[in-house]
Design a protein around this ligand. Structure first.
Ligand code: TXA
Ligand code: MG
Length: 416
């Protein structure tokens, strides 16, 4: 029931996209490649069309969507005057993986897109297929990532088909998406640009063109891996971490409901004996469970990207990390659990584990970004029950990569 079109990613022909554009115009949902991840598009002006996105994804309705445009002329109808700083960001980063949260022009898009906020998030993607499809549809296109809520974002059409096949009208297959992680979401506050979600445009790049770049608490480097407590900590502490975890898709319930809604197995996790000194991160200062946690980006209050297995992110000196992962994976296997390791080419050898997946060379974090979500899906496909992931330096795209790894690990960050 879901139509698939295979198109030339670099130079899609108008006739290849005509049917997909027609479906968008008629109020249906179509998935398409962007330079970040695949998006699930619908006419942003139509309540019914946008409702179909939420329904297909199983997405909570209070999580607003990004509106995708093909040219600057389309923006005028969507946002109120946005100022010089926003203009400078658009000049430098559009088309590309930067989403701007701007004052919304009342009534311009469905209130389901903005979730009732008085702002609208807009981006102009640089992928030729996305641009051509949006232009051909003639609509501003609301598009979240084209995954079922709580699954890793799709970087291939096959991922979209696996999650949403039969639930959406069509999939435009343009091969692999680009960056592999979502766009950077920013808001503008006077002279300051605040990063609400780290992504394809790095903080370093933003700093080249704007005077001040800040992070929202949940988006800062190190967010979600603050103060240390002992490993194998109480289950209560674990569910508290989950309850406040930033993310953007699945509503988090407290306690064991939160754990089971993500396929976690808190019993086996928290029952692990502590056999060596290690630490698990708790909330960073800005994320205490009682915080008047009103994330600037509503989606940040949802857990996200969780693989079905229980994942732990391991920080610290390379040798200590390796020793810890080897010991833990070995112990998991001895208990009869299927053990997986998410690592890099340089470190992949010598592990006793069922599923050792490499994100490529440590020297090329761009490649790791492109591979991350596919690797998380691979663990799910293989039924991996326990996963240990290596941390990366938080510079450049490494910051967005760590942000997603921390979420995928449900904030289980171990420092060895
Ligand atoms: O790279 C991307 O941005 C991909 C591709 C498809 O363009 N899209 C994407 O959409 O990641 P989604 O829905 O998975 O994430 C949108 C994020 C959420 O965290 C949401 O809360 C935030 O943008 N957002 C949307 N509108 C907002 C608003 N008005 N104010 C603050 N945050 C907003
Ligand atoms: Mg998403």
């Amino acid at each position: 029931r879901t139509i698939e079109w295979r198109v030339d990613a670099r130079a899609p022909k108008p006739e290849e996209l005509a049917e997909a554009a027609g479906l968008l115009r008629e109020g249906d949902t179509v998935a398409f490649p962007t330079e970040t991840v695949y998006g699930l598009g619908a006419d942003a002006r139509s309540d019914e069309a946008v409702a179909r996105i939420f329904e297909a994804k199983g997405r909570p309705s209070d999580n607003p969507l990004i509106v995708h445009i093909a040219d600057r002329a389309q923006l005028a109808g969507l946002a109120l005057p946005w100022g010089e700083l926003a203009e400078r960001l658009m000049d430098r980063f559009w088309p590309g993986p930067l989403t701007l949260v701007l004052p919304a022009a009342p009534g311009a898009v469905s209130s389901r897109v903005t979730a009732g906020l008085d702002t609208v998030a807009v981006r102009m993607p640089s992928h030729p297929v996305a641009l051509a499809l949006i232009a051909a549809s003639g609509c501003p296109v609301a598009a979240p990532s084209a995954n079922r809520s709580g699954r890793p974002s799709p970087t291939l059409a096959a991922h979209v088909a696996a999650d949403l096949g039969g639930r959406i009208a069509g999939i435009v297959d343009g091969g692999a998406a680009g960056v592999g992680l979502e766009s950077t979401v920013v808001e503008i506050d006077g002279e300051t640009v605040r990063i609400l979600r780290p992504g394809g445009v790095t903080a370093e790049e933003l700093r080249e063109v704007v005077p001040r770049v800040e992070y929202d608490a949940v988006a800062a480097p190190g967010a979600g891996m603050g103060t240390a407590t002992a490993a194998g900590d109480s289950r209560a502490a674990d569910s508290e971490r989950l309850a406040a975890s930033p993310g953007d898709d699945v509503p988090v319930r407290s306690g064991s409901a939160a754990a089971s809604s993500q396929g976690l197995r808190p019993t086996s996790f928290s029952a692990d004996p502590v056999v060596h000194p290690a630490t698990v991160a708790a909330q960073p200062p800005g994320l205490s469970a009682d915080a008047a946690l009103a994330p600037r980006s509503p989606g940040m209050k949802y857990a996200h990207y969780a693989p079905r297995g229980v994942m732990e992110l391991v920080q610290g000196d390379a040798e200590a990390r390796r020793a810890y992962i080897r010991r833990e994976a070995h112990a998991a296997r001895a208990r009869g659990e299927r053990a997986g390791i998410l690592t890099f080419d340089e470190r992949a050898g010598g592990y006793d584990a069922d599923d050792v997946l490499s994100l490529g060379s440590l020297a090329r974090l761009e490649t790791a970004a492109q591979s991350l979500y596919a690797a998380l899906r691979e663990f799910d496909d293989r039924g991996t029950q326990r996963i240990w992931a290596e941390s990366v330096p938080e510079t450049g795209i490494g910051h967005a990569l760590m942000n997603r790894l921390v979420k995928a690990a449900g904030h289980r960050v171990v420092r060895v």
